[in-house]
Design a protein around this ligand. Sequence first.
Ligand SMILES: NC(=O)c1ccc[n+]([C@@H]2O[C@H](COP(=O)([O-])OP(=O)(O)OC[C@H]3O[C@@H](n4cnc5c(N)ncnc54)[C@H](OP(=O)(O)O)[C@@H]3O)[C@@H](O)[C@H]2O)c1
Length: 315
Amino acid sequence: MTRVLLFGRNGQVGGELVRQFEQRRPGRSNGEPARLQLPRDQPAYELTVLDRAACDLSDPDAVHAAIAQARPQVIVNAAAWTAVDRAETEQEACRRINADAPAAMAAAARDSGALLVHYSTDYVFDGRASVPYRESDPVGPLGAYGRSKLDGERAIAATGCAAVVLRTSWVYGMTGQNFLRTMLRLAGEREELGVVDDQQGSPTWSRSIARGTLHLLDRHAHDPASWAGISGLYHATASGSTTWFGFASAIFELAPGLARRPRLRPLTTADYPLPAPRPAWSVLDCGLLQARFGLVLPAWRDALSECLAAGTPNS
Ligand SMILES: NC(=O)c1ccc[n+]([C@@H]2O[C@H](COP(=O)([O-])OP(=O)(O)OC[C@H]3O[C@@H](n4cnc5c(N)ncnc54)[C@H](OP(=O)(O)O)[C@@H]3O)[C@@H](O)[C@H]2O)c1
């Protein structure tokens, strides 16, 4: 049984991670049968989950205390400051969550011999490329959020702890604040919608990220000897890419039961100014993830279709 400590249980990815871990829960100690029949070689997890009330990540001492108390073998950090525009005016607060807290987790992981799994972002790149970014490509974040996430990546690497850092992009799901839910809400309110059509990226379902994370944990969490070999930075997004306009078009095409579908109008980034600049090209090459873990996240349209059909969790 591998002890896992999860930060960020109420986030898009954190919530899906809880579901994935729950599905691997063995029978309770009172002899109740397992809720799911697990393959014999699938390791089970003892999961401790923390939300902001249980551990405020703006306090590094609280992070150390939470880890000392849970004594995890694996730490999964799905918590982050994700308010990209607000980060521009609250840079220090954002930095504390996205750089200082992961640094504290990584130091604790190094000192206790735990594995850290952490998430980062496509916004570490400046978006001037035209082919998918590899992990080794030069970074150049355009805004405070991207800078804070990059600082987090670097702080983790600097500790030398065992860590798998997954850069993902354009995260959506049926819970939390995301583009999919905004589009579904606006469908009921607007006849016509303008959507940016000159930023290219890979919409990635939070559940695909959680499933991918468990794919690699199932293979490695129980085998500390393998952690040095897998430690590093990986791109982990849905396969394929589109623009926000293309994503919106697919949402309105695939969403079941919409009373009406707004007419979509393509916009340029200049038509829709926001406080934080976004990279025009956010597509990540996920070949290393495939080579190292045999893991390919589903194509973005397939995942969107499954997400829409699944509805809200537990529905
Ligand atoms: N969202 C995207 O489009 C996107 C794109 C690329 C990469 N990523 C990365 O993917 C990861 C998961 O993102 P997500 O979309 O699942 O994030 P999310 O839905 O915004 O959830 C973030 C979680 O972090 C928690 N949190 C924030 N500040 C905290 C604090 N001071 N103390 C404790 N917890 C705190 C939030 O708690 P509350 O619920 O209490 O607010 C929330 O549960 C992050 O590393 C993010 O940077 C996201």
